[in-house]
Design a binder for this molecule. Structure first.
Ligand SMILES: NC(=O)c1ccc[n+]([C@@H]2O[C@H](COP(=O)([O-])OP(=O)(O)OC[C@H]3O[C@@H](n4cnc5c(N)ncnc54)[C@H](OP(=O)(O)O)[C@@H]3O)[C@@H](O)[C@H]2O)c1
Length: 329
């Protein structure tokens, strides 16, 4: 019996996740809302499929009853996360997704107790940038005493997917945030910080951004001061009409545009630890790592409630994804 259901399977990210799962012998069901697309993909990969809309409780429940893990790749998540998390809680199914928006993580925080009562794991962003930065943070924290502050940066290289651009545009949390003394507070969006991504460019200026790590790193470390930053290189954030955009970078483009992430941890006595993650392009990393996270949860992870990838699997999880290496700086 398949233990994993991949929803939003026919989108750019969902399709790469399904292809990776099929190539690696994972038993799964693929699903989505558009019958023709779902059936075509299922036939090409020779895997079972389900067609349902997230608003159809009866069909969602029927589909979830027979699986242990739902991997939701259907973004924007503000339309799909709540109905699918609630359905997972109703049916005792673990919920994982590929969300990059803060809103999905706020929802998982809010539904933590309900999920615990149902024995269900909520793991938003299970394999995305939150997994990269969360594992990198956990690695750096093992190398310092009395940590006071964590600053994280992601170097996004090459183009984003159309779905990511739409999700970013529809995000409900529009403020630029940071975490100070345990609270999420506004941050001046013009604030910058320098990071060295160990990619031959030396220290570069990164802009502040609201990343979900403001929630996940706080959850897994309880360090109350967190800043999140990014740098984009190439045509990462496209301009112009969405309709003209391709679904996402081609396999060749992804292969030639690896990402890096950097972390700076500052301790109470002012000492500093820096580390960097060299990894795959985010549009390869996210679907691959998400399937790996789903496999791990399906194999029997026991902590219920809102969880983080680094908290559940430890900092080494990121290094199990091919092409991912952490270095001390
Ligand atoms: N965390 C990360 O680092 C990371 C990395 C990659 C992607 N992402 C996120 O993953 C999401 C997907 O990105 P993508 O590039 O794959 O987008 P995409 O190509 O537009 O695919 C979106 C998929 O979601 C489905 N969908 C959208 N709204 C739906 C709804 N209301 N009900 C049911 N299904 C719905 C679409 O179904 P139809 O085909 O039937 O329209 C499609 O299959 C985005 O939110 C993106 O930001 C995050």
């Amino acid at each position: 019996m398949a233990t994993i259901l991949i929803y939003g399977a026919t989108g750019y990210t969902g399709r790469i996740a399904c292809e990776y799962a099929a190539q690696n012998g994972v038993k799964f069901i693929l699903a989505g809302r558009t019958k023709s697309k779902v059936e075509d993909l299922a036939a090409s990969l020779n895997v079972p499929s389900e067609v349902f809309d997230v608003s159809d409780h009866r069909k969602v429940d029927l589909a979830l009853k027979s699986v242990r893990v739902l991997l939701n790749c259907a973004g924007p998540f503000q339309h799909t996360a709540q109905p699918l998390i609630e359905a997972c809680i109703r049916n005792g199914t673990h919920y994982l997704d590929t969300a990059a928006e803060l809103d999905s993580y706020k929802l998982a925080e809010k539904l933590d107790e309900d999920a615990k009562a149902a024995g269900v794991i909520l793991l938003p962003g299970c394999g995305g940038s939150a997994a990269m930065l969360g594992c990198l943070s956990a690695y750096a924290l093992e190398r310092i005493s009395n940590p006071l502050r964590i600053d994280l940066a992601l170097h996004v290289v090459g183009s984003m997917s159309r779905g990511s651009v739409i999700s970013a545009a529809e995000n409900l949390t529009v403020e630029c945030l940071q975490r100070l003394d345990g609270e999420l507070v506004a941050q001046d969006p013009t604030n910058t910080q320098e990071f060295d991504f160990d990619n031959g460019q030396g220290k570069v200026t990164c802009s502040s951004i609201t990343f979900p790590d403001l929630i996940t790193v706080w959850k897994s470390t309880k360090i109350g001061n967190i800043g999140t930053f990014f740098r984009m290189t190439g045509d990462a954030f496209p301009t112009g009409g969405l309709a003209q955009l391709p679904d996402g970078p081609t396999p060749e483009q992804r292969a030639s545009t690896p990402y890096q992430a950097a972390v700076t941890v500052t301790s109470k006595d002012g000492s500093v630890v820096r580390a960097v993650l060299h990894t795959l392009n985010g549009y390869t990393f996210t679907p691959w790592a998400s399937v790996e996270a789903a496999k791990k949860v399906a194999a029997g992870v026991t902590q219920a409630g809102f969880q983080t990838t680094a908290g559940l699997f430890g900092c080494d999880f990121v290094r199990t994804i091919p092409g991912s290496v952490i270095k001390d700086l």
